[in-house]
Design a protein around this ligand. Structure first.
Ligand code: ARG
Length: 460
């Protein structure tokens, strides 16, 4: 059944149906559409359009459909419906005849779809927020189990200064915390209800829009009907939140892929989340992490696609907007899967503490420390930097670490160097000296870890 047949003499072409019909994908909004319809039936009953009895019959039929929808038991198979809205209406008309035909009074698919999609977004934002919490918990657990591990920190992918492993974990916790708060922020704007805006100009029936909003769990009604039916900012914001979080996941994946490489050898990953090669028997590849990195492409693409779709659209509703759904559905599913697998990967991380420490000691990460040591003995920093650089050059020539040079060899570069220098060149010493808030020293890291565990907990 088409919802708009009266004005037309000829039927739609098959190709038009293919380009126009959204039923193949907007059936995902079935339960939201039905819940919106229940609330709408109450609103127009209160406005005098439906009798109490008619409303009750509608609500009963809609509740039965809702039960089926939530159990995944709605039979979409042979329906000729154009979209989920006509599917639900057709089911009601089949059951209730003219009463079913009354439900759409005062409503348009424009305010209806905007309401349905906001409801869908809201539910998935809550789901994704839970997924983010799980990744955070997994990071906190591996941080807690490996508090003593020190590994190299990098800039330009060159060993720069050593950091504690929990400090690395907590850096990603900060990113995922921002992702959670981004979802929280967008929820305030998402939580406004378009229903009652009609096609574009508002409905003529005196429905109580505040009550409609509240019954659907929104905070308040959208304030301008033109904007209400044509606003898709919440789609863009959700796609942006997904994209940013995927970017965080991808950066974490990239770090872990490197840590897991033969060259670094800092971690190994579980068999559950890696795969082998059909040719090379020795291979164990970090496919899950590579796919997290790779799937950023489609999520960022959906954000870009939707921005381009919305650009230049005149007020109010335009069919272009139907393109909002597949990209968001795909982005949300992808993000959800990537968060779940990221938590699983993190749960399998095994660290090689010895290799991490060895790498952290290599690369003259303690040369800054030597310069600071000379500064403490009265040398200006620029001179100390130069002296320390000369020491590195001499050590390099002998293929030795700074602390492997004898005191005599060190004193060639400055008489200020004494045998107390060896203590400050030790890995733990130079890491834990960074005791400042936000630094990688044992004390601030332990404090930050405890605070995060108190806030998010550990995996169940
Ligand atoms: N399937 C449409 C969408 O997702 C529903 C709104 C249709 N409105 C209309 N005036 N044709 O945007």
């Amino acid at each position: 059944m088409s919802l708009w047949g009266g004005r037309f003499k000829d039927g739609s072409s098959a190709m038009f149906r293919r380009v126009n019909d959204s039923f193949p994908f907007d059936r995902a909004l079935a339960s939201q559409d039905i819940r919106g319809s229940i609330v709408w039936s109450r609103a127009i009953c209160q406005a005098g359009v439906l009798s109490q009895d008619e409303q009750q019959q509608l609500e009963r039929a809609l509740n039965a459909l809702l039960t089926k929808a939530e159990a995944g038991e709605l039979d979409f198979a042979d329906s000729p419906a154009e979209d989920i809205h006509s599917f639900v209406e057709a089911a009601l008309i089949e059951q209730l005849g003219d009463i079913g035909r009354k439900l759409h009074t005062g409503r348009s698919r424009n305010d209806q779809v905007a309401t349905d999609f906001r409801l869908w977004c809201r539910e998935h934002v809550a789901l994704l927020s839970g997924d983010l919490h799980k990744v955070i918990q997994s990071l906190l657990a591996t941080a807690k189990h490996n508090q003593g591990v020190i590994l190299p920190g990098y800039t330009h992918l060159q060993r720069a200064q050593p950091v504690r492993y929990p400090h690395w974990c907590l850096a990603y916790v900060e990113m995922f915390k921002r992702d959670v708060s981004r979802l929280h922020d967008l929820s305030t704007r998402l939580n406004q209800c378009p229903l009652g805006s009609g096609a574009l100009a508002g409905t003529v029936y005196p429905v109580d829009r505040q009550k409609i909003a509240e019954q659907l769990g929104f905070t308040s009604p959208c304030l301008n009907s033109l904007d209400a039916v044509s606003d898709r900012d919440y789609v863009l914001e959700t796609l942006f939140a997904a994209s940013t979080s995927m970017m965080h996941l991808s950066r974490m994946a990239e770090d872990l892929i490197f840590f897991n490489s033969g060259e670094a050898g800092f971690i190994t990953l579980g068999d559950q989340v890696t795969s082998g090669s059909s040719l090379m028997p020795q291979k164990k590849n970090p496919d899950a992490l590579e796919l997290i990195r790779g799937k950023c492409g489609r999520v960022f693409g959906s954000l870009q696609g939707m921005l381009v779709t919305m650009k230049g659209l005149p007020l109010a509703y335009n069919k272009d907007m139907q393109e909002d759904k597949e990209g968001l559905f795909d982005a949300i599913t992808t993000w959800h899967i990537c968060l779940c697998i990221a938590a699983e990967v993190i749960d399998t991380i095994k660290l090689d503490a010895t290799r991490c420490a060895k790498a952290a000691r290599e690369g003259y990460a303690n040369s800054t420390e030597l310069a600071d040591y000379l500064v403490a003995k009265g040398m200006p920093f620029r001179t100390a930097h130069d002296v320390s650089g000369q020491v590195v050059l001499a050590a390099l020539a002998q293929r030795k670490a700074i602390e492997e040079l004898s005191l005599g060899e060190l004193q060639v570069f400055s008489p200020l160097i004494n045998d107390d220098v060896y203590a400050i060149l030790q890995l733990e010493y130079l890491v834990d000296k960074r005791a400042i808030l936000g630094g990688t020293g044992a004390a601030p890291v332990a404090k930050a870890l405890d605070a995060a565990i108190a806030e998010f907990g550990l995996p169940a």
